[in-house]
Design a protein around this ligand. Structure first.
Ligand code: NAG
Ligand code: NAG
Ligand code: NAG
Ligand code: NAG
Ligand code: NAG
Ligand code: NAG
Ligand code: NAG
Ligand code: NAG
Ligand code: NAG
Ligand code: NAG
Ligand code: NAG
Ligand code: NAG
Length: 640
């Protein structure tokens, strides 16, 4: 029998003017009249469409400012903007890769943000303000989720704030030397889980993980913003005024008891209005606010509905629950709390449970497995090999012109990206799950490594005329990989603690990776970015390409040449020394492996000094006093 808590006490936060749940437990509300929460995926939601009108009003203005920086000689950007009968849609997407992806991504997004010092002068300031969509997965989703759920804060503000992204102590041992604080934290988390369970809802390890993350991302006040929901974003004035791009969090459907995750897995998205999938295996969206209500074919089965199930930490945890495989036993968490936390949970309950399934018995799917299950099982978004989440931006209904894809994956031996995520998304368009989406031709990861294509940004799908063999003309893709300039930004996915210095160094390096080293390698970079943004619209209207853009395309577009089987493919990602003044990574790595020790769950990174006196950081090998031996084989399957 389901026992539900009632919404007796509504607590008002100091600043927000909306009701904020005081508890982790989902709560009862009356169902809206004649409610049906589910719709098919043949369009964007009405709410999204209405919101886009507001956002476009902002992006149109911001885009004009950004394009004016390009200062084209024979192309009038104002005429261009004025003659458009639609708004240009720019999508940003950030890969998984734990804190490495979050921090590199933070620097990359800061480089696009006109609120960042220096971004307008030696970066791409204003591009973020001109963007319509912001997609993240796993670590990239921690980034986008932290910004959105903190009322569209900026990286600059986070760095000046002691309470968000304080990673000096690892998530499992938040008190560091203060074991009392660690114990109190886990006790609080235990209370939260018990509240949800007492209200009659199943919990999984992802609930624990999401709660723990919340203290790092939303601050420690209100028990780590225990009642903050993803759908609360709707209530933020910053969202309502269209000041932020549309935040989307990606995860995967998973069949329980199965390790089978492939390109045919269902890609889910959470956005402020909805949860659902464009894939034919579901082809439906549901109102996120009412997830947790008992429904059949979208209709509530009683008059009582549920809200507060879509907890912000749970959504971010769902996208990143690969970390669930970290064993809690022996992790430094006091024994009694491990027992209390796990309760009846099995350690291999490592997916996120959404139960009851909001899609139970819906009609739109081409296959039945998801809609027949009473529970919806979701898993880390990167496990299908698409570690940069493109899917929400490839839907023709969203009509995206250009995608800026930030890849902080750890594919190579030394944990840099090799672009294999591009190949995965390219392949998926030809499966049934692709369902009319398209993605430009891509170089293989061997080509990327052999031809050094991950040493600078890469444009894909530069000529629409070359893409007519695909289902439709895809957006132009600007691929921006993690590149080391002033910090060894290839830290381990398993590194769970960062000193503030190391954190800030990764963020600075991310800024540099997105800006061609603060425009010192190519002062023309903002112009080239402008060329990529206007490309599809310019092609559609048959306008001449600005002459400046021809040069840019020569420099950044993929030439279409694949690896021919005879050239050298480096297992290391980059020829660092040709790019930066960091000393060779392999030498620092050897040095580091002898000295890094993990004792207390705090950081174990070692630092050394490069030849030019700039301190450089070497990745800590194991930041945790956790027996990882059993974990590593599983993690190495994915790049998340
Ligand atoms: C969020 O930020 C906006 C400014 O962008 C501010 O007006 C508002 O009060 C803040 N809080 C909420 C809950 O929207
Ligand atoms: C918040 O934490 C305190 C202990 O630190 C606990 O007494 C309280 O019940 C918690 N509240 C919620 C809503 O989790
Ligand atoms: C568009 O923005 C302008 C100010 O930049 C504002 O005056 C106007 O009301 C906005 N229109 C809509 C539909 O939001
Ligand atoms: C928008 O402009 C294009 C060409 O500039 C034209 O083909 C299209 O019909 C226009 N659409 C609308 C809705 O006016
Ligand atoms: C690049 O610009 C960022 C942001 O202004 C700044 O923090 C960083 O120090 C710059 N890097 C170098 C090498 O000057
Ligand atoms: C931790 O709690 C114990 C028992 O309540 C107390 O004696 C001790 O002083 C506390 N330690 C710290 C560092 O607060
Ligand atoms: C996905 O499904 C298609 C059938 O639509 C099948 O041909 C293909 O092998 C599957 N791919 C994977 C990676 O399982
Ligand atoms: C685009 O098409 C032209 C002509 O068909 C061809 O020469 C060129 O190599 C193609 N470019 C790419 C990047 O595939
Ligand atoms: C492969 O490419 C390399 C570099 O472009 C070239 O030197 C080599 O001759 C090519 N080999 C074949 C078999 O085409
Ligand atoms: C790295 O780059 C330097 C300078 O551009 C070049 O001399 C060297 O051969 C490159 N090394 C490798 C392994 O590609
Ligand atoms: C590396 O250092 C040299 C000499 O100090 C400097 O001229 C060059 O610009 C630096 N390269 C980069 C990518 O910072
Ligand atoms: C373009 C395309 O193929 N769309 C299909 C996507 O999947 C749904 C559900 O199976 C179909 O109804 C669409 O026709």
């Amino acid at each position: 029998m389901r026992v539900l808590t009632s919404l007796l006490a509504l607590q008002l936060l100091a600043t927000p003017s909306f009701a904020y749940s005081p508890s982790y437990a989902p709560f009862e509300v009356s169902c809206p009249k004649d409610a049906n929460f589910v719709r098919d995926a043949s369009s964007v939601s009405e709410s999204e469409a209405e919101w886009l009108d507001i956002r476009h009003n902002v992006t149109d203005g911001a885009l004009a400012v950004f394009l004016n920086r390009a200062d084209f000689q024979d192309f009038n950007t104002q005429d261009f903007i004025d003659s458009l009968n639609r708004s240009i849609n720019i999508g940003l997407t950030f890969s998984g890769g734990g804190y490495r992806a979050m921090l590199n991504g933070a620097g990359q997004i800061a480089a696009l943000d006109d609120r960042t010092e220096g971004a307008n002068d030696h970066g791409l300031g204003g591009l973020l303000q001109a963007s319509t969509y912001l997609v993240g997965l796993s670590g990239g989703n921690w980034l986008s989720g932290t910004l959105a759920l903190n009322n569209w804060t900026s990286i600059q503000s986070i760095l000046g704030d002691d309470t968000i992204w304080n990673l000096e102590n690892s998530i499992v041992n938040p008190g560091g030397d203060n074991m009392n604080l660690t114990a109190a934290r886990w006790q609080e988390i235990g209370i939260a889980l018990n509240q949800k369970a007492a209200a009659g809802f199943d919990t999984s390890i992802t609930d624990i993980w999401g709660r723990a993350l919340s203290y790092q991302f939303f601050g420690t006040q209100n028990n780590g913003s225990v009642g903050l929901s993803f759908s609360d974003i709707r209530e933020y004035v910053s969202f309502q005024n269209g000041e932020m791009p549309f935040p989307i969090s990606v995860s995967l459907g998973r069949v329980p008891g199965s390790d089978l995750i492939s390109l045919n897995s269902t890609v889910f998205e959470f956005n402020p209005f909805e949860l659902g999938s464009w894939d034919p295996s579901l082809y439906a969206f549901t109102d996120l606010l009412y997830v947790g209500s008992e429904v059949s074919n979208g209709e509530p089965v009683t008059d009582i509905c549920i809200q507060g199930y879509d907890n912000g930490g749970l959504v971010l945890g769902t996208s990143s629950n690969v970390f669930n495989v970290i064993p809690l036993n022996g992790s430094g968490i006091p024994e009694e709390f491990v027992a209390a936390l796990l309760g009846g949970l099995e350690q291999d309950d490592d997916y996120a449970l959404f139960s009851p399934n909001p899609f139970y018995d819906t009609d739109f799917a081409s296959t039945r497995s998801i809609v027949q299950s009473e529970t919806l099982y979701l898993f880390d978004g990167g496990f299908d090999g698409q570690n940069v989440p493109f899917a929400p931006l490839l839907q023709p209904e969203r009509d995206v012109d250009v995608i800026f894809a930030f890849d902080n994956s750890d594919n190579t031996e030394d944990a840099f990206p090799d672009g294999s995520t591009l190949g995965a998304t390219y392949d998926r368009q030809f499966y049934r799950q692709g369902n009319g989406t398209s993605f430009p031709y891509v170089p293989s990861s061997d080509s990327i490594l052999a031809h050094g294509l991950n040493e600078k940004p890469l444009f894909l799908g530069c000529d629409a005329s070359n893409l007519t063999g695909l289902a439709s003309i895809p957006p132009l893709v600007v691929y921006i990989p993690n590149i080391a300039y002033t910090a060894w930004s290839n830290t381990s996915t398993l590194q769970l603690s960062y000193s503030n210095e190391e954190r800030d160094a990764l963020i600075q390096n991310g800024f540099e990776a997105a800006t061609r080293y603060n425009l010192t390698i190519d002062s023309n970079w903002p112009t080239c970015v402008a060329c990529a943004i206007i490309r599809r619209e310019q092609e559609r209207n048959g306008w001449e390409q600005p002459t400046e853009c021809e040069e840019c395309f020569q420099e950044y577009c993929w030439d279409g040449i694949q690896y021919n089987g005879t050239e050298e493919v480096l297992s290391r990602s980059l020829n660092y020394t040709s790019q930066s003044n960091l000393t060779d990574y392999s030498s620092t790595k050897t040095e580091a492996s002898g000295t890094a020790t993990a004792t207390d769950g705090s950081t174990s990174s070692t630092s050394s000094v490069s030849t030019n006196g700039v301190p450089i950081l070497t990745p800590s090998l194991m930041a945790l006093a956790i027996p990882f031996v059993a974990v590593i084989p599983l993690l190495s399957l994915s790049m998340t």
